[in-house]
Design a protein around this ligand. Structure first.
Ligand code: CP3
Length: 354
């Protein structure tokens, strides 16, 4: 339908939502709130529907994906839904032999480390992820005026899982390839940029109101290496989904020294973790961008009064920004009290009501 065509995003019910207005740096009725990893963590209703179903399998079942995506919207009254999936889903969809192991994360059977391995990263077509199109169709109908955020992994963070073969503290194999064979590295990130772009386009076509590129582990790099070896691939992704009427969000952890170059990669909204206050982050990112963040997820384990005091600090630091989307500085931690999240949404809405 024309509602779901990228160029027609301006006509969708979500266009005037506080979340999309903040992304566009327009005045908002209240500061919008959503939480990274709000879908599929500790909610009892999530654990119930997931019972006995492996993670990757659940990502391929449209009815289940729609239900899990909606759960935090119903419970917390957040201003946006994030599509339930994982950053490695498009890699699985093109035939990479990987699994998501409970409590561990993505594990790749045969890591990608040589020129010959690159051939295993074929193009992604919409048919490879038809369940995404189907689930998003259900969701845009159910969500009405609540925006749906699509997402993908950024080339560096995906490369880290592929090259290491799983989660990594030091990214040593990834960096060995990046420094040791710059041409193979550039070709690998280019391939991943194309796969990520294709995956984001499927989601935009299916009705996503915004897209977030997760470069979770990019904070492991110094600015000079980020600029030389990673920024071009991330920029390629953002350029490819520019002008589709869908705000582009860019997020990484431990990116204090990278906020300038992250801004240059081309997103409309830059996610900030809790280590840099938002007013300082705005100076580093530069003008013309909204910011998203940045409550330390661990703060939610403190008493309500302390959570509110830390939230006040963030809202005060954000007071001079053109656009602010309230979020955590990284994902919801698995044992977080769901009621603390509900209270936080209400607190931000009340404190910022205009
Ligand atoms: O945000 C949401 O609520 C939507 C769903 C979502 C998942 N993964 C579901 C998931 C999103 C946006 C992601 C992104 C993701 N996946 C990132 C970037 C965000 C971040 O946290 O930095 C990364 C690095 C991954 C890779 C990944 N997948 C890891 C490290 C893990 C294991 C640790 C964990 O978070 O539980 C996963 C598994 C995963 N992804 C689960 C869920 C609900 C747990 C699945 C299970 O064990 O049953």
């Amino acid at each position: 339908s024309e509602n779901q065509s990228p160029a027609g995003n301006q006509q969708t019910a979500a266009y005037d939502s506080a979340f999309l207005k903040a992304c566009r740096r327009e005045p908002v009725p209240h500061t919008p709130v959503w939480f990274m990893r709000q879908a599929g963590r500790s909610l009892p209703e999530y654990l119930k529907v997931r019972e006995g179903i492996p993670m990757l399998e659940s990502c391929m079942r449209p009815d289940l994906v729609a239900e899990i995506t909606l759960q935090p919207v119903r419970r917390h009254g957040v201003d946006a839904a994030i599509y339930f999936s994982d950053i490695v889903v498009p890699l699985k969809a093109i035939g990479i032999d990987l699994d998501i192991k409970p409590g561990v994360g993505p594990v790749v059977e045969q890591p990608i480390r040589s020129r010959a391995d690159l051939a295993r990263l074929r193009d992604l077509t919409p048919d490879d992820v038809s369940y995404v199109t189907e689930a998003m169709g259900i969701l845009t109908g159910e969500l009405g005026a609540t925006p749906l955020i699509g997402f993908a992994g950024a080339p560096f963070t995906l490369a880290s899982y592929l090259v290491e073969g799983g989660p990594s503290r030091n990214h040593e194999h990834t960096k060995a390839l990046m420094y040791g064979d710059p041409q193979l590295w550039a070709d690998l990130l280019d391939r991943l940029a194309e796969i990520t772009t294709a995956f984001l386009k499927v989601q935009i076509e299916a009705g996503a109101s915004a897209v977030q590129l997760f470069d979770s582990w990019v904070g492991a790099l110094a600015p000079v290496d980020y600029r030389r070896s990673v920024l071009p691939a991330s920029r390629k992704v953002f350029d490819a989904v520019e002008g589709l009427g869908v705000p582009r969000i860019h997020f990484g952890v431990g990116t204090g020294e990278l906020l300038g170059p992250l801004g240059e990669a081309g997103a409309d909204v830059v996610g900030v973790d809790w280590r840099v206050p938002l007013d300082e982050a705005a100076r580093r990112v530069g003008p013309g961008k909204a910011l998203q963040g940045n409550l330390d997820p661990a703060v939610l384990f403190a008493p309500t009064a302390a959570v509110e005091a830390k939230t006040d600090e963030i809202l005060d630091a954000a007071a001079g920004l053109e656009g602010h989307v309230f979020n955590l500085g990284h994902g919801v931690l698995p044992t977080t009290d769901a009621d603390a999240l509900t209270r936080l949404v209400e607190y931000v809405h009340t404190r910022t009501a205009r």
